[in-house]
Write a protein that binds this ligand. Structure first.
Ligand code: FAD
Ligand code: FES
Length: 367
């Protein structure tokens, strides 16, 4: 009896495998979709591509880079675009990643859409600026015990045009049996430093990309990344700002603050930075110097696990507890947050209580 069940299951699995294989082959060689037009932003650009590949690949083959972190496997949900015509029905892989609102405005995962007919899509204007860059690692500098600054000299293209706050997608290389992956890192450099890109990276234990970058990537090595991406940037308003970050969440804020100094942007601002112990702090002297160099700026590092008997005379509570001491009424403020979901969620909820409007909180969650 058991033997018959095993034989039946083996037969079923083999048949399913064979059918899937036939489907893939049919898709590749028998079904010829011919040339298809991808109409982007109502005629702003029209690409004619050979049908059959995913929308994500068809776009990147034509130098239009949509963010993607899972290699098109439908698990990162970075590659969303609006597909107004020709995308076919929403697949079960996409559905869990799309909110009701997104479904209503035709948002889709571009990696899950096969180009089989003419397609009309809409993408944010700034994605036209994203490029794939070749760069040389010029410096690897440890900023703390688990945070590193990676300096990259651009080779081709030799210049990058980005807004302080944006991120790039770094391509790691294979090592010790671990695959190449793509991960997002905010640019910490200044937009005016057009020939360089700097990243601030925190080591994630067992993390594929960070282990590669910390332990295997060498100075002078050539690497690839794409970008810039993202809409985390300083708003063009007179409103005072609250910046909040933890760990490598420093990266985009470091870029924004130095950009404010360089451009003489006169905005009142507080910066609350979260660490556990004193050794988690970096750029401390530079940030306290910015208090004198920026229009009206205060840096407030908050250490939650610093030993009680240490010399630290700064804040020892979590940011949500510290903030109201400095800003009793935050109703006129806008807030910029960067780091872990836990930090961002806790701070956003406190900011709401302090009077910051939800649509004036801008954030990049790193995990
Ligand atoms: C828009 C954006 C900007 C980002 N900018 C930066 C940046 O400037 N600097 C930076 O260091 N990181 C940044 N990140 C996070 C970064 O993209 C990676 O997720 C992170 O470096 C881990 O990658 P990995 O391949 O080493 O780990 P993975 O192999 O992806 O993950 C290994 C394990 O660690 C967990 N994990 C993943 N990320 C984290 C994390 N950040 N902390 C704790 N556990 C984690 C995963 O759940 C998994 O279990 C950013 C993320 C986003 C979305
Ligand atoms: S590339 Fe990750 S979901 Fe599409």
């Amino acid at each position: 009896m058991l033997t018959s069940i095993i034989i039946a299951l083996t037969f079923l699995s083999a048949t399913t495998l064979l059918l899937s294989l036939l489907l893939v082959l049919a898709e590749k060689w028998i079904l010829n979709y011919g040339p298809c037009d991808i109409n982007i932003n109502t005629g702003q650009k029209v690409l004619t591509v050979n049908g059959g590949s995913s929308l994500l690949s068809a776009l990147s083959e034509n130098q239009i880079f949509i963010p993607s972190a899972c290699g098109g496997r439908g698990s990162c949900a970075y590659c969303k675009v609006q597909v107004n015509k020709g995308g076919g029905p929403v697949s079960p892989i996409e559905a869990p990643y799309l909110s009701l609102e997104e479904l209503e405005n035709n948002t889709r995962l571009s990696c899950q859409i096969k180009v089989r007919e003419d397609i009309d899509i809409h993408i944010p204007e700034e994605l036209f600026k994203a490029r794939r860059f070749k760069a040389r690692v010029s410096t690897k500098t440890m900023l703390t015990y688990d945070i590193m600054e990676l300096g990259l000299e651009l080779i081709e293209p030799a210049e990058i045009d980005f807004t302080a706050g944006q991120y790039i997608q770094l391509e790691s290389k294979e090592y010790k049996g671990r695959e190449s992956v793509i991960r997002a890192y905010s640019l910490s450099s200044l937009p005016s430093d057009v020939n360089r890109a700097e990243l601030i990276m925190r080591r994630v234990p067992e993390g594929i990309c960070t282990t590669w970058a910390f332990d295997h990537l060498r100075e002078e090595e050539e690497i690839f990344f794409s970008g810039p991406y993202g809409d985390f940037k300083l708003q063009d308003t007179d409103a005072p700002a609250i910046f909040i970050a933890g760990g490598s969440g420093m990266a985009p804020i470091w870029s924004i603050l130095r950009h404010m100094k360089e451009q003489n942007i006169r905005k009142k601002a507080y910066y609350f930075f979260s660490g556990r112990i004193h050794d988690d702090l970096f750029f401390t002297d530079e940030l306290f110097s910015l208090e004198k160099e920026l229009y009206d700026f205060k840096y407030v590092p908050c250490l939650t696990r610093e030993p009680q008997d240490s010399k630290w005379d700064g804040e020892r509570e979590r940011i949500p507890i510290v903030m109201p001491k400095y800003i009793p009424d935050a109703s006129q403020y806008e807030a910029y947050l960067c780091g872990s979901s836990a930090l961002i969620d806790a701070c956003c909820s406190k900011l709401s209580q302090m009077g910051v409007q939800d649509d004036r909180m801008y954030f990049d969650k790193f995990e």
